[in-house]
Design a protein around this ligand. Structure first.
Ligand code: FAD
Ligand code: A2P
Length: 275
């Protein structure tokens, strides 16, 4: 087993005493830009499905280099799962992408975030709207029995440029029906609507367009969104979030927060692109 190392020096002195170190148990590479991994869970960590924490490695200067990460596993899981981008020159992910089982990462056990069931008023249908790694908080919420206790129907819309980028979400959704722990809660309540925008696939188009045109309602054979029954959670790039908000508002939904639940909530999947 390897101890926690600095991000750029595999031979650096191990830091056995770091209080927030957790051990990597599993790593899966999905594409050259995407991977997921599981780590041990601090015994004291309680979180609400959909929240994020700060995780990272030791930086060159010996100080922690931390980034926000949505916890992709549900709150009942004994371990924690994360779904990550690999940014070629990214300070953290250019190194994090090389972790292996037995390695250690830093995890600050202070979960926060707006993508929690408590931040929404009661409703009948719950929409998860995500692009790219924005599916991570919903990977948690899709595996939480409370999601299905509170809603009659849950619709996961996930859009990426290419098919391979949908694979983590697809395999997760497909595993749920037969899952011994969560399967009976999911039943036939979960509808999955993956689309690509730059590679030919069975379903195509941006989430914003498929909602505005009504295509997703037609394809799934369900009534259009309305503010009395529909609730939504949004997680993608800032541009995506801004555009989806406008679409949701056009259906009459209003943005909520932990302190003031409404019909939809939003979180950034990452900060960047000059924003
Ligand atoms: P950074 O210097 O942080 O980023 C460099 C550039 O890469 C950014 O400017 C941006 O253009 C791009 N970028 C960063 N993250 C992403 C991404 N996820 N998808 C596409 N482009 C990106 N990242 C995850 O991979 N998984 C998560 O679950 C996740 N949850 C987050 C939750 C919140 C609330 C926030 C604010 C960010 C989250 N991020 C997540 C982004 C994460 O914090 C880091 O930005 C990412 O790990 C890259 O770190 P870095 O140091 O390598 O590069
Ligand atoms: P598109 O290929 O049409 O830009 P990215 O990799 O750039 O973060 O994009 C991830 C996915 O989100 C892509 O399928 C992209 O579609 C889509 N997307 C990007 N920006 C928006 C937006 N403003 N509204 C809706 N979808 C978006």
């Amino acid at each position: 087993m390897n101890d926690l190392k600095t991000v750029n020096d595999a031979s650096a002195k191990p830091v056995r005493t770091l209080p927030d170190a957790q051990t990597v148990t599993e790593v899966t590479h999905w594409t050259d830009r995407l991977f997921s991994f599981r780590v041990s869970r601090p015994q004291s960590l309680r979180f609400r499905s959909g929240e994020f924490v700060m995780i990272g490695l030791l930086g060159e200067n010996g100080k922690p280099l931390l980034r926000a990460y949505s916890i992709a596993s549900p709150s009942w899981d004994e371990e924690l799962e994360f779904y990550s981008i690999k940014v070629p020159d990214g300070p953290l992910t250019s190194k994090l992408q090389h972790i292996q089982p037995g390695d250690q990462i830093i995890l600050r056990p202070k979960p926060v975030g707006t993508l929690v069931l408590d931040a929404l008023l009661p409703g009948k249908r719950l929409w998860f709207l995500a692009t790219g790694t924005g599916i991570a908080p919903f990977a948690s919420l899709m595996r939480d029995p409370e999601t299905y206790e509170k809603y009659n129907q849950v619709i996961m819309m996930h859009t990426c440029r290419e098919k391979a980028e949908l694979e983590y979400g697809r395999q997760l959704v497909e595993s749920l029906a037969d899952d011994p722990l969560i399967g009976e809660f999911v039943g036939d309540k979960l509808k999955y609507y993956p689309t690509t925008t730059r590679e030919e696939s069975d379903r195509m188009g941006r989430i914003t367009d498929n909602l505005s045109s009504g295509k997703v309602f037609e394809d799934l054979g369900i009534p259009p969104m309305d503010k009395d029954h529909d609730r939504a959670m949004v997680c993608g790039s800032l541009a995506f979030n801004v555009d989806v908000k406008a679409v949701l508002e056009s259906f009459g939904l209003r943005e909520g927060a932990n302190s003031e639940p409404q019909e939809y909530v939003v979180e950034k999947a990452f900060v960047g692109d000059g924003i």
